[in-house]
Design a binder for this molecule. Sequence first.
Ligand code: ZN
Length: 340
Amino acid sequence: MQTEVRLARPGRFDTLANSLPDPSEGEARIRIRRIGICGTDIHAFHGRQPFFDYPRILGHELAAEIVALNGPSELNAGDLVTVEPYLNDPTSPSSQKGKTNSCESLRVLGVHLDGGMRPEINIPISKLHRAASASVDQLALVEMLCIGCHAVNRSQSNEADNALILGAGPIGLSTLAFLQTRTKNIAVADLDEGRLQFCREAFSVDHTITVTPGKKMEPSLRDAFGGRLPDVIFDATGNRGSMLSTFEMSAHGGRVVFIGLFQGIVEFDDPNFHKKELTLMASRNAVSAEFKEVIQAMESGQINTDSWITHRLHLDEVPGRFQAIISAPTLRKAVIHLDD
Ligand SMILES: [Zn+2]
């Protein structure tokens, strides 16, 4: 009997037998091969994910193989796919405007309903994206990269922009990977020198800024951008203080994109916002076309994620090792294996 791993309550996983109905009309049954662990899973484990019900099967960054399809599709059994885990209502006003990523009744796999920490799962065929040559490791990183891809698409960045990324965790790195396809003038700031070193080594970022709480970043930014301030700022920290600092650090006419989420009220200085005529955007999830865009960027070699995965474990090891892995100081990205 194959087992599934369920987060029973904060801090505790249990295992149970995986039983699954046949796929409904329009669904496919897929066999899970790899699962990326992300901040959402970590917050859920610690009991810090708001509006989260336990027990819940986690896992929304999925690389899988199609077992069977119930309905017409260009896909075939045996295809390797990644899953777009944002299950929207196609009749909702936002979905009809193309904003399937922020639908009024959005349910995210592994968050609002059971996800992929199990051998097999049924998924709407429309939420599967096929790889031509991407590996299962690459496919497990697609959803994470989509977050950065969507933020960069929202920002409409181009080669004339000086851009700043706040936070060099997985989402900051995903943003960086796509931003580098738009502009060469990029600075990355983080509290952690090890993360910045990775940006210099793996991405050849020239300007990295070690954040010191209480110290203004403006001089370092002007150094990096020939005396100017950034035209685009991405906040990938979800830290209130970091988010608040963006208005002050932005160039006049600048754009600010909040990718990170702070669970509370963020106040801002309106005279500064008005004087600079800033544009502030939220960036949430990603749309279908961006899944294709990310897979293509990986397959063409435009984006190389070879050195991103630092930790691996098998699904059976999740109850015993999850906590140690997410606490590892060297953690960049952890991936769960169901195959080998
Ligand atoms: Zn994720």
